[in-house]
Design a protein around this ligand. Structure first.
Ligand SMILES: C[S@@+](CC[C@H](N)C(=O)[O-])C[C@H]1O[C@@H](n2cnc3c(N)ncnc32)[C@H](O)[C@@H]1O
Length: 191
C-alpha cells in the first residue's frame, strides 16, 4: 500500500539506488522492474522522426527507450532538484534532447505541440489539469500515453484509450502486483 504525504513531491528528499528511487517516506517512486512497461510506453508515443514530450524523467528508463526510437526532438520536463542533475548528465551528449526544468504545469506555456507524449509523474497535484488539457500539447493525430495505476484496461480519468497488455514480473513494491500491465494510449483526432 502506497504511503503518500502532503509534502509537495519536489520538496521531498529522494533516495537513489541502482534499482529504484524512493522518497523520504519510503514510497517507491520508480523501480527498474518496470523496463517492459517503459519500453511499451516509448513505442506507443515515439516513431522515428517524431517530436516527443516526456513528463517526468525518474530513472531515465523510458527516456532511453524513446531515444533508441530516434525522435527528431525529445523534450523532457522534470521538477525534482535531485533528478535534474541526473537528467542533465544523461542529456549532455544528446543533441535532440531539450530539458525543461520545473513542474509541467508551471512550464506549460513553454511546451509546444508533439506527435507523442508520455506522462509519468509522481504525486503531481496538477494531474487532473494534464488529463483535461493534454490535447493542447498534441499535433492532430498525435498520441498520449500515461502510467496506468489501474491493473486493468481502464483509467481513472474518463479518457477513451486503447490498451496494450504487457507481461511484467514486479519486485516487491507498493503500487503494482499483477503479472499484467495495461499501457494506455489516447489519440487526438486528425481533422
Ligand atoms: C515515476 S518517475 C518517472 C519514471 C520514468 N518514466 C522512467 O522510466 O524512469 C516520476 C518522475 O516525475 C517527476 N515529476 C513529478 N511531478 C512532476 C511534475 N509536476 N512535472 C514534471 N516532473 C514531475 C519526478 O520528479 C520523477 O522524476
Amino acid at each position: 500500500m502506497r504511503f503518500e504525504s502532503n509534502k509537495p513531491f519536489a520538496k521531498r528528499s529522494l533516495v537513489f539506488s541502482e534499482s529504484a528511487i524512493r522518497d523520504e517516506f519510503g514510497n517507491d517512486v520508480m523501480m527498474d522492474w518496470e523496463h517492459p512497461m517503459m519500453k511499451r510506453h516509448a513505442e506507443l508515443v515515439c516513431h522515428a522522426g517524431d517530436d516527443v514530450l516526456e513528463v517526468g524523467f525518474g530513472m531515465g528508463i523510458s527516456a532511453s527507450y524513446i531515444q533508441a526510437l530516434k525522435p527528431r526532438m525529445h523534450v523532457i520536463v522534470e521538477c525534482h532538484p535531485q533528478v535534474l542533475p541526473r537528467l542533465r548528465a544523461w542529456a549532455k551528449d544528446k543533441a535532440n534532447v531539450h530539458v525543461v526544468e520545473g513542474g509541467w504545469y508551471e512550464r506549460r506555456a513553454d511546451l509546444g505541440t508533439y506527435d507523442g507524449i508520455f506522462y509519468d509523474t509522481y504525486a503531481d497535484e496538477y494531474a487532473p489539469e494534464f488529463f483535461a488539457t493534454f490535447e493542447d500539447y498534441l499535433k492532430p493525430g498525435g498520441r498520449m500515453s500515461f502510467y496506468n495505476l489501474l491493473p486493468a484496461a481502464e483509467n481513472e480519468f474518463g479518457l477513451t484509450c486503447e490498451y496494450h497488455e504487457v507481461a511484467v514480473r514486479p519486485d516487491a513494491n507498493d503500487y503494482h502486483e499483477a503479472p499484467k500491465y495495461f499501457a494506455p494510449v489516447c489519440r487526438k483526432p486528425a481533422p
